[in-house]
Write a protein that binds this ligand. Structure first.
Ligand code: ATP
Ligand code: MG
Length: 243
């Protein structure tokens, strides 16, 4: 469970998060909102990369405010980045192994097993020895997810994992995301502009607009909300989504 209480982030005169209070309880919770709405900033606060000017965040009852990113990782917080962090000159195996080396495994066999399982889970077993530079956009996004599944994740936060994917690639991604709670028991927090992916994966969805909570509730209800449709004016029709 993610609890956000009276959270504000200020960069100079910009407040990308503005007195936000929200609790997310679903196995897979979605976050949507127009460009610049504050989505990545919220994820940065949860993962410890941005310090808020006021307010607090907790995950599963543990207050995170003030903890360094690596301490949050030890508590089971995992994230992917909007721009993937796959090293081009390392193989897929080495990219994922680098995370396992810092995840507190008691022996190398267990670490290797976790790496193998995570790569297989996202469907990239055949790419295991391929260099990062030779992975496709979809494979790089999946590799980022594999990295986020190492150790004992409690919360897996995904920042636009569907960006740049074709329809069939997104379908596979959808299956991968939907299976994460059963795979490792973690809650998933999914940011994406693809509302079809959000609708397919998320039981509940929150909408941010200018750092404020515009809506929160069951995903299908939220997508039908006139205020939400107004914030996304045109985008749903362009995407062919009739909420
Ligand atoms: N480090 C920073 N310094 C100054 N302003 C920032 C910083 N990071 C983000 N912002 C600003 O905060 C606002 C919210 O940005 P954020 O990246 O959180 O939006 P987003 O909802 O993730 O957008 P997108 O859908 O384009 O990824 C924007 O106006 C952005 O320019
Ligand atoms: Mg963003």
């Amino acid at each position: 469970m993610i609890e956000i209480n009276n959270l504000t982030v200020q960069f100079g005169g910009v407040k990308p998060i503005n007195e936000l209070t929200v609790t997310l309880k679903s196995g897979i919770s979605g976050l949507i909102g127009p460009n610049g709405a504050g989505k990545t900033t919220l994820l940065n606060v949860l993962s410890g990369f941005v310090t808020p000017t006021q307010g607090s965040v907790s995950v599963n009852g543990r207050k995170l405010t003030g903890l360094a990113p690596h301490k949050r990782a030890l508590f089971g917080l995992r994230r992917t980045f909007q721009t993937d962090q796959i090293a081009d000159d390392l193989t897929l195996w080495e990219n994922v192994e680098a995370i396992a080396d810092h995840a507190g495994f008691i022996d190398k066999d267990m670490a290797n097993h976790a790496v193998e399982q995570a790569i297989a889970y996202v469907g990239l077993r055949k790419r295991i020895h391929r260099k990062g530079s030779n992975l496709s956009t979809q494979e790089r996004h999946l590799a980022e997810i594999a990295k986020a599944l190492i150790g004992k994740p409690e919360l897996v936060m995904l920042d636009e994992p569907g960006a740049g994917m074709s329809e069939s690639e997104t379908k596979h991604l959808e299956d991968v995301i939907r299976g994460i709670p059963a795979y490792c028991g973690a809650q998933v927090f999914l940011i994406d502009h693809d509302v079809e992916l959000i609708a397919a994966c998320c039981d509940e969805t929150m909408v941010l607009d200018f750092g404020k909570l515009l809506a929160l509730g069951p995903t299908h209800e939220v997508l039908q909300n006139p205020e939400v449709q107004k914030a996304y004016l045109g985008s749903f029709e362009e995407l062919g989504v009739h909420a």
